[in-house]
Ligand binder design. Structure first.
Ligand code: SAH
Length: 216
């Protein structure tokens, strides 16, 4: 047998992403390089390479790998890009993004999650990600604009404050729909003052809630 250096479950993981239609070689490589087992609760390590969402602290979830790969592919990233993520959670999606672009700013409303994710990302040597404790639904113009925005918590409507953070020519992707139900992944492209909106697939994300969480 040829030894690829990857345990069988990681090989199955890659294969399932390809089979489900992820074809961008850079995205597949980033998914291969980020050790998902470092982003799940220690008790869930055995499930890390399965294609399913898993619970993390603060009642939140780490997204399903296929959805992470799909959203990343739909962002059409270039190495020069600066990306904004709303909803750091475990930091897994931020790590995948960090492999592909110049800089990532990821915003999280739970202090515990932000601190854990920050430590994990640093531990992996991903110094081009900044994790910020804050409310991603209420970002100030002092942050400037981003080439790409990815929202990884469900919004009932897209807040204008977020659309305003998207540069001209930029792409924003977000799950839009009811908080406790099925949302539609929306891809929005800004170009020359016009906004083009496309509905992609049905997804399920935990809700985006306003303000910094009062609990840890
Ligand atoms: N991208 C994450 C999964 C996100 S789960 C990963 O790869 O693991 C959604 C996250 O969004 C949760 O951690 C939740 O606390 C956070 N969130 C919800 N509303 C938010 C808001 N207004 N601002 C910042 N983060 C928010």
């Amino acid at each position: 047998m040829i030894d690829t250096g990857h345990p069988p479950e990681q090989m199955r993981f890659q294969l399932s992403l390809r089979r489900r239609g992820i074809s961008d070689a850079r995205v597949l490589r980033a998914m291969e390089e980020v050790p998902r087992d470092r982003f799940v609760d220690p008790t869930d390590r055995g499930y890390a390479w399965r294609d399913s969402a898993l619970p993390i602290s603060c009642g939140q979830t780490i997204s399903q790998p296929f959805v992470v790969a799909y959203m990343t592919e739909q962002l059409q990233l270039e190495p020069s890009h600066r990306v904004l993520e709303l909803g750091t959670g475990s930091g897994y999606q931020a790590a995948v993004l960090a492999k592909l672009v110049r800089g990532v700013l990821s915003v999280e409303r739970y202090r515990t999650l932000a601190e854990t994710a920050r430590a994990r990302l640093e531990g992996l040597g991903l110094y081009n990600v900044e994790v910020m404790l804050g409310d991603g639904l209420d970002l100030g113009s002092n942050l400037g604009v981003f080439d790409r925005i990815i929202v990884t918590a469900a919004v009932e409507t897209l807040p204008q404050s977020l659309i305003d953070r998207l540069d001209d020519g930029g792409i924003l992707i977000a799950p839009v729909g009811p908080h406790h139900g099925v949302q539609t992944l929306i891809r929005m492209r800004k170009s020359g003052g016009t906004i083009e909106r496309r509905e992609l697939v049905a997804v399920r994300f935990v809700p985006a809630l306003p303000g910094i969480a009062r609990e840890l």
